[in-house]
Design a protein around this ligand. Structure first.
Ligand code: ADP
Length: 276
């Protein structure tokens, strides 16, 4: 479904954000991309939806080479790429349902789309997406009347309304407090599983990534340094991802992550713990 091969991005100022990233992913997987700030996580997501020009390498999504597309081809391809931003990117003065319908823009052709008219087929998909995030009762509220957690759930609904082949979420809970972060990530993972869409979530909190993702890709300095199950994130691996520039003490016995993050998050709900 997704094949990223030898991806390199060097910014015009000489910053080598990605050195050589090779990752492949299947339909339905929920993958947490973890790493320190500056590791290259956002750059990687931007390459997948074609927002970032690559220096070398390829991104193939569902058989199509994103890295070789013209801007008009990219516009079409992006219909199928749902994106969830840290700051929601909602049109605050518009109703929730209209915000979700913008996820249908790529499919709405003709004169109706010019006037913002969406027929009953598009509306049914938008309402179904809102229902999936339990916000149907907010459909006619203006977006600026919602809480941060609700806004992010609307942006999940908007992305799902695109009927995407892939969902990309860039630090989706960085603006939320810990309790809301849990709820929003839990909703995101549940909805992604329900519709079976491949989902990549950039997230810097390892404990949240481990609780809600099936697989973890650890990035450090533009390179994948871990690709495996959350259970495999031992302390030495976490050193490689987060503490590569410190003189980490050697570990006689690697501590399993499960114990360490459970210590850090004693109030984790049972369903989150069961997922690990
Ligand atoms: P992350 O999402 O993991 O925090 P980024 O992908 O944002 O990492 O950044 C990776 C590296 O690329 C960092 O060193 C960052 O400073 C640099 N970088 C990001 N965007 C730009 C840009 N537009 N121009 C130059 N350097 C950039």
């Amino acid at each position: 479904m997704l094949e990223i091969t030898d991806l390199q991005v060097v910014y015009p100022n000489g910053n080598e954000a990605l050195k050589s990233i090779t990752v492949s992913a299947k339909r339905g997987e929920i993958i947490g991309i973890i790493g320190r700030s500056g590791a290259g996580k956002s750059t990687l997501l931007r390459c997948i939806n074609g927002l970032q020009e690559v220096t070398n390498g390829t991104v193939i999504l569902d058989g199509e080479n994103i890295t070789a597309m013209s801007s008009s081809q990219l516009q079409l391809a992006r219909r199928h790429i749902g994106f969830i931003w840290q700051e929601y990117n909602l049109v605050e003065r518009l109703p929730v349902i209209t915000n979700v319908l913008t996820g249908r823009l790529g499919y709405n052709s003709g004169i109706g789309s010019f006037f913002g008219y969406f027929d009953s087929h598009h509306r049914a998909i938008a309402l179904d997406s809102l229902e999936r995030v339990n916000l149907l009762h907010r459909a006619n509220f203006r977006a600026d009347r919602l809480s941060g957690g609700e806004k992010q759930r609307v942006s999940i609904a908007r992305a799902i309304a695109q009927e995407p082949k892939i969902l990309l979420a860039d630090e989706p809970v960085a603006s939320l407090d810990p309790e809301l972060s849990m709820q929003v990530l839990s909703d995101l993972a549940r909805v992604a599983r329900e519709v079976g869409v491949l989902t990549l979530i950039n997230i810097h909190q390892v404990e949240l990534a481990s609780a809600f993702c099936d697989r973890i890709v650890g990035v450090a300095q533009g390179v994948v340094v871990y690709d495996g199950l959350p259970e495999g994130l031992t302390e030495p691996i976490l050193d490689r991802i987060y503490r590569f520039d410190k003189n980490a003490l050697p570990h006689a016995e690697p501590a399993p992550l499960k114990e360490s993050w459970q210590r850090e998050l004693p109030n984790l709900p049972n369903e989150a713990v069961a997922g690990v």
